[in-house]
Design a binder for this molecule. Structure first.
Ligand SMILES: [Zn+2]
Length: 318
């Protein structure tokens, strides 16, 4: 990935504490607001990655990040490809939706006069089904996560995105909104960093059990997810994985609870891998009511969705 200072003008980065412009000299990041504590004390840098987090307003801990050198606090085991595929069948929607997003942004490039810039929130690992997007040389990616990796330029917190207003053309947030304490605040930040007409692609669990332990807080039905993005004009929305995948998750977590063994739960989930493949033959409406995860693709701007409109929006089985 390109260095953040290569990709973005310095004024595009802001202090997560006060919103002041950041300056970077000799790999030392400071806030330009004289009254801000970060004017004096620079932001932490771990593994060469600036940690642009306001720790007073974050579940992240400066001490833990410093002690771990920016490593992920949640174990991400490197399993063989075949096991990974059986545990998590390919996200078949993501490549198509990401492609549609890129096409929308390329069509805008004549008006914006710049290469499309897409922010990936939670981009520490390449998202499921986003491999083609990462290989696409027509767009620039900016990414942050709560830990350092080769795929991110920053460590940040989605509640205070350290980017100035309107500097992004697109935002991707996949399997992240369940892990934030205030999804409404995070979506407000996505809206703020997007230019008018900028495109968001959000992919969020619905019927999934707790994962990543203490860092898992919220779920959304397809309608709830749509209303979360009420300031956005919908391009499309729907389910990513359906009720068959949800049943597999339930079997896995039921077996964990019954046998007191995560490993046995996973094995049971593997044995029922075929349930995920049944998603495609299920009734669309009933499967949406039991969807494992849902997505929304939309543009910043347009009229705000009203409560009666979200009732109209429902396409489940009732
Ligand atoms: Zn500041």
């Amino acid at each position: 990935m390109l260095a953040i200072t290569t990709l973005l003008d310095e004024r595009a980065l802001i202090c997560p504490r006060c919103g002041g412009t950041l300056t970077c000299a000799d790999d030392s990041w400071r806030c330009s607001e004289p009254s801000c504590p970060h004017a004096e004390s620079p932001f932490m840098v771990v593994s060469g990655t600036p940690v642009l987090v306001d720790f007073e307003r974050s579940v992240l801990s400066a001490e833990e990040i410093a002690a771990s050198g920016g490593a992920s606090l949640v174990a991400r085991p490197d399993r063989p490809g075949i096991v990974k595929r059986m545990l998590h069948p390919a996200n078949t929607q993501a490549p198509r939706i990401a492609q549609r997003m890129v096409e929308l942004l390329l069509a805008d490039a004549g008006t914006t006069g710049r290469r499309p810039r897409i922010l990936v929130i939670g981009g520490g690992t390449v998202g499921d089904g986003l491999e083609a997007l990462y290989a696409d040389d027509r767009v620039d990616l900016v990414a942050f996560d709560v830990y350092a990796s080769a795929n991110v330029q920053l460590i940040g917190d989605g509640h205070q995105i350290p980017l100035a207003d309107g500097v992004m053309d697109g935002v991707i947030i996949q399997a992240v909104l369940e892990h934030v304490l205030e999804p409404v605040v995070v979506v407000g930040e996505i809206r703020r960093v997007l230019r008018e007409g900028g495109v968001v692609y959000a992919d969020t669990p619905f019927m999934q059990q707790v994962h990543e332990g203490p860092y898992d807080f919220t779920r959304f039905s397809e309608s709830g997810h749509r209303y979360l993005f009420r300031d956005f004009e919908q391009v499309e929305s729907g389910q990513v994985a359906g009720a068959g995948t949800s049943l597999r998750w339930s079997i896995n977590y039921f077996v964990r609870a019954l046998t007191r063994s995560v490993a046995l739960g996973r094995i049971a989930g593997l044995a029922f891998f075929w349930l995920s493949h049944l998603d495609r033959v299920l009734d669309a409406g009933h499967s949406l009511d039991g969807a494992n995860s849902v997505y929304f693709l939309g543009r910043r701007g347009g009229p705000v969705m009203t409560p009666p409109q979200v009732i109209e929006h429902y396409r489940g089985g009732m």
